[in-house]
Design a protein around this ligand. Structure first.
Ligand code: COA
Ligand code: MG
Length: 287
């Protein structure tokens, strides 16, 4: 999976051009909240044209929520240009992902595209009701490629006046973030942390992204090019962590009959081994 996903408003050719030079592992071209209704038809066309160009990055498109009439219009214009995946905002539950999978399948067939290729990344916590069924992602469509979460729409739905205090998430959002992490892990897909909206505060972002990496997120959403190097660095396992992981994997290879082994005066058992293998897989993927 990717470390950084940069949101780019779908109606901005200038930002799309710039986005290609940012070093972001993936782009999310937005047709939803950062584009006004009036600009949406133009944004769809610009996005489709961009998808047909020579792109080095993985390109995702955030469509509108499935309970809007915009969603199907978004898909009809975008799918023929084969995006890598669709980012789904405000899902009501995991069934929305399955419904989107069916729509993708129908449009892939209609456009003679390979079936099942287009992936889905839901922003799983924007709707308060969705919080109660996050476990359902464990049986969602194979197109599910990760789970991410969002605080802004959730707080609007709650009628809240703030999401953070002194730079830290308030309780409801900390809970949503943790549940997203658990649901992704239980569904065997990467968890992607949400945007850090104060894009001038790169020091704060660095600290935040370090905690996201520590907690088990594999990457993070971004809204500004300046955030990309900070995020990419934060999710790159350090040389010390890589070296330790290699030693753990090697130790278990040499001792296939041991469940627990001592290393540097510390007990190492199966969870350590699994974690070490996971880190080496991430290193391999990001080469
Ligand atoms: N993708 C690509 N390029 C971007 C960008 C983005 N998300 N955000 C800014 N840039 C570009 C600007 O166009 C500018 O380039 P230029 O000087 O060549 O025109 C440069 O980076 C510096 O931008 P800056 O002046 O610091 O910011 P801004 O005032 O132009 O834009 C935002 C600020 C927040 C409006 C902008 O970052 C943005 O649109 N972010 C994405 C919003 C979004 O998609 N939200 C939905 C998900 S929450
Ligand atoms: Mg939103």
């Amino acid at each position: 999976m990717n470390r950084s996903f940069l949101f780019v408003p779908g109606n901005s050719e200038r930002k799309l051009e710039k986005a290609a030079t940012t070093g972001a592992d993936a782009l999310i071209i937005d047709l939803e909240d950062s584009v006004t209704a009036d600009n949406r038809p133009a944004a769809r066309k610009i996005t489709a044209a961009y998808l047909q160009g020579e792109n080095q990055q993985q390109i995702w498109v955030r469509i509108n929520a499935l309970d809007t009439s915009d969603a199907i219009e978004d898909l009809r214009t975008i799918i023929p240009s084969s995006p890598f995946g669709i980012v789904l905002p405000k899902p009501r539950n995991a069934s929305d992902t399955n419904q989107l999978a069916k729509l993708c399948e129908a449009l892939e067939a209609e456009n003679d595209l390979p079936l099942g290729k287009i992936k889905i990344l839901p922003i799983a916590t924007e709707n308060p009701a969705a919080i109660f069924s996050l476990h359902e992602y464990t049986t969602a469509s194979d197109r599910l490629a990760g789970l991410t979460w969002g605080a802004e729409d959730l707080s609007t739905a709650l009628g809240a006046t703030a999401t953070r205090e002194n730079g830290r998430w308030l309780g409801p959002y900390e809970l949503a973030r943790s549940l997203c992490l658990f649901a992704a892990s239980a569904s065997a897909v990467p968890a992607i942390d949400t945007v850090y909206t104060d894009f001038k505060d790169l020091e704060g972002l660095e600290k935040y992204a370090a905690t996201a990496n520590r907690d088990g997120f594999e990457g993070m959403l971004a809204i500004h090019p300046d955030q990309i190097p900070v995020i990419n660095e934060a999710f790159r396992p350090s040389p010390t962590v890589i070296e330790r992981s290699e030693r753990i994997v090697e130790l278990f290879r040499q001792n296939p009959d041991s469940g627990a082994i001592a290393m540097d005066g510390e007990m190492i058992d199966r969870p350590h081994w699994l974690k070490a293998k996971r880190i080496l897989k991430i290193v391999e993927r990001n080469k």
